[in-house]
Design a protein. Structure first.
Length: 270
């Protein structure tokens, strides 16, 4: 174990169990991962090499969606499952268009929180970070940092980007989204991306198997099931589509958009 890994262990970070946040960091070419993560990630990439591009497409979608919402006048963002800080973080994208945009970052992975807090040190008060578990959405909504930071009498965009596929059926994904939706005023938005097994079913099974030893299992769903998560929201154009198909502003990274493995959409609460 390297000195750095030992330091993390002393801070209570489990470096031996692959973490979904660190796996994603590895796909994106980040450095905040440990040997257990790299081994699992390489195993996944050997069966589903598109995962690396899917991760990049997912970040690109997140950026386009936040830009779209800021242009629509949204000034408040609740980003649940924010991930390790990388390029194009939500506050950076939103504040390019709305310098006063407020962002609350939530994650349940201690290493994500440690890095996010370090990144945000020295940033002015429009951004906050707090620990929270999406499986308890009521608690997230009541978190003092969230309540202090966001005004739920005005529209808020809730970002559930590449996180709902870590929620099992036992944790009732539809209830989670409904709880968040009911706390939002009219004119609020849901941004969601989610892995699907509709294509590449065999490879998806093998990839899912590797995630069984990670800190969260991977639960891929059908497009129909993912569409149901937007219940009570009106999908904005172009609806629920593969990542590169959502309001593209650049050339796609590949010809077949289904290779992005993840579908996405943005819904508006009427
Ligand atoms: C694949 S990353 C996505 C990061 C970012 N949203 C993006 O799309 O670029 C998933 C993130 O969700 C977090 N996560 C997974 N399950 C969670 C839960 N139940 N509650 C809060 N965060 C969770 C992980 O720690 C990780 O940071």
């Amino acid at each position: 174990m390297s000195v750095a890994d030992e330091e993390w262990t002393q801070r209570g970070i489990d470096v031996n169990t692959p973490s979904v946040a660190r796996l994603y960091d590895y796909y994106l070419g980040g450095k905040d991962n440990f040997p257990s993560d790299r081994l699992a990630a390489e195993e996944i990439l050997s069966v589903v090499p598109e995962v690396r591009i899917a991760a990049r497409e997912n970040r690109a979608f997140l950026g386009r969606a936040v830009r779209f919402l800021a242009e629509e006048g949204i000034e408040q963002f609740l980003d649940i499952g924010t991930g390790l800080p990388t390029q194009g973080n939500v506050h950076e994208v939103a504040q390019e268009i709305r310098p006063d945009a407020r962002v609350a970052y939530i994650d349940n992975d201690p290493i994500v929180l440690a890095h996010a807090r370090a990144l945000l040190r020295g940033i002015k008060g429009e951004v906050t970070v707090a620990s929270g578990d999406l499986r308890q959405p009521e608690e997230i909504l009541q978190t003092p940092e969230v309540r202090k930071h966001l005004d739920f009498s005005k529209p808020v965009a809730v970002l559930l980007v590449a996180i709902m596929h870590f929620i099992t059926e036992a944790d009732d994904p539809r209830r989670i989204v409904t709880t968040l939706r009911d706390a939002l005023p009219s004119g609020s938005y849901l941004v969601l991306s989610h892995g699907t097994h509709d294509n590449r079913t065999e490879a998806a099974k093998k990839g899912t198997k590797v995630y069984e030893r990670a800190n969260s299992p991977l639960v891929l769903r059908s497009r129909t099931e993912i569409r149901e998560l937007f219940d009570g929201f009106e999908l904005v154009n172009p609806g629920l589509v593969w990542l590169p198909e959502w309001r593209p502003d650049d050339f796609p990274l590949y010809d077949d958009p289904s290779q992005a493995l993840i579908v996405c959409g943005v819904g508006r609460k009427p």
